[in-house]
Write a protein that binds this ligand. Structure first.
Ligand SMILES: [Zn+2]
Length: 277
């Protein structure tokens, strides 16, 4: 059998096949040059990028500086024209999941983000419109109040499709706690089970997402609340049961009490803070 050529790569029209081709040894150096030329380092606030050979997938790692908001790692996608690399059958608007990580990112945090990258590829394989929807409907993309419902549907779908297994993996790898900042004090709450960690984190995630929409679309609180309730009930059923939205609010209320109890136990606080997306 002949070695793979550019024409063979052109036939690899499926998203995952293009991903594996881009990250393969013959193409990865050109991929990195292309990403730099596209301005990805500036766009994602990174100082360098490289390919990491990992199991089950190689990936592009962007070296970032841990942010003031505590962000130490994230998984995101970049859009660019892959035709100069893989041939005319490639997409002109290809969505490449990449992983940004700072030196502060722990092994469980990296595993969490790498699982997202893996799951993103699986989501796109099941539904090729996923990347277009991400481009059109993510909270950072939308600008019209008429898009609020569809955008919240998309964001909550994504959260519940990707986060539960990533939090369970972190717990299994030994990161069993939640760090919270409370009135300038750092508090570390240790969860007794993986499900406690999953529900506390997801409930908090849904609450902060709702706040971000309210900040972005002032005066549309009622529409936002209604959409979050509807789509949390829809996408969150597996984690939170039939009345997911009510359960999420209960979990958030309980979390406040747990943190308060922790503060009373350890009034000096002083734990390091990490944050993931
Ligand atoms: Zn995550």
């Amino acid at each position: 059998m002949a070695a793979r050529t550019e024409i063979d790569y052109a036939l690899a029209v499926k998203h995952r096949e293009i991903y594996m081709a881009l990250l393969s040894r013959p193409l990865r150096d050109r991929l990195l040059v292309t990403l730099k030329d596209e301005g990805i380092l500036t766009l994602l606030d990174a100082h360098d990028l490289r390919v990491v050979d990992a199991t089950p997938l190689p990936y592009v790692r962007l070296d970032i500086t841990a942010g003031a908001n505590g962000l130490v790692a994230h998984c995101t996608g970049v859009w660019f024209d892959v035709r100069p690399l893989v041939g005319p059958e490639g997409h002109d608007d290809y969505y490449l999941p990449v992983l940004g990580a700072s030196e502060a990112a722990s092994a469980p945090t990296l595993a969490h983000e790498l699982l997202h990258l893996h799951d993103l590829l699986a989501l796109i394989e099941q539904d090729p419109s996923y990347s277009e929807r991400a481009l059109e409907l993510s909270i950072n993309s939308v600008s019209e109040p008429s898009q609020i419902g569809k955008s919240i549907d998309f964001e909550l779908f994504k959260i519940f499709a990707m986060e539960p297994q990533a939090y369970r993996l972190e717990y299994a790898m030994g990161e069993t706690w939640i760090d919270v900042s409370n009135a300038g004090q750092q508090v570390r709450y240790h969860c007794a089970t993986a499900e406690e960690l999953v529900t506390m984190r997801l409930a908090d995630y849904v609450r902060s997402l709702e706040r971000r929409y309210v900040d972005k679309f002032p005066g549309h609180d009622a529409t936002i609340r209604k959409a979050v309730r509807r789509w949390a009930n829809h996408h969150g059923r597996e984690v939170f049961g039939a009345k997911a939205y009510e359960r999420i609010q209960q979990v958030n209320a309980q979390s406040s009490w747990k943190i308060l109890a922790e503060l009373l136990r350890w009034p000096s606080g002083g734990q390091s803070r990490t944050h993931r997306t």
